[in-house]
Ligand binder design. Sequence first.
Ligand code: GRF
Length: 216
Amino acid sequence: MAKLKVGILISGRGSNMAALIEAAKEADYPAEIALVVSNVADAPGLAIARREGVPTVVISHRGQPDRETFDRAVSAELERHGVSLVVLAGFLRIFSPWFPTRWADRLINIHPSLLPCFKGLHVQQQALDAGVRLSGCTVHFVIPDLDAGPIIAQAAVPVLADDTAETLSARILRQEHRLYPLVVRWFAEGRIGLAAGRVAIKGVRPDAALLFSPAP
Ligand code: GRF
């Protein structure tokens, strides 16, 4: 069966992108990474993608008259590469409403908190300041409102007493690298349904595991 063509948008390190490229190497993985787009010419993730033989393109947001012009240029590249799912992986540009509308239900993001808690930036510091015992990551559909689209899947990690933003961030990132390839797989397998703003995932067993922090 033809594999789902995925386009990944990055601005920096690209560790989630790398996890997806790695997952897509498996023969039975139902998606392939057709294109990586960066708005930053020297994003470290670009070098990883090139080394892995994934097509890359840089589209700078600088010098563009407005957000929508940039968004349309990105979209045109994705279309040119036959992309059916757009995956944001540390992409640090805010879209005009045009882009999420054009890619509605085919545009996902990963955010390093358990949404709807802690939107925006400095997310781990927000979690530490709030004193939460659990944090984690969320994969969600993207809508024009920031960090607000329908939630697809989450992974939780404990927040430890001596955590800093860096240690918490690293613990969450390890789960991001597990969760994102899983969600892309489910999407490619046609398991992810969206109705009335809520997501249902078909054929995935409800997990009985419970996570407590601290452990009882
Ligand atoms: C990740 O923490 C992700 O949740 C957030 O941006 C970071 C990107 O990291 N959206 P990387 O570029 O994938 O390493």
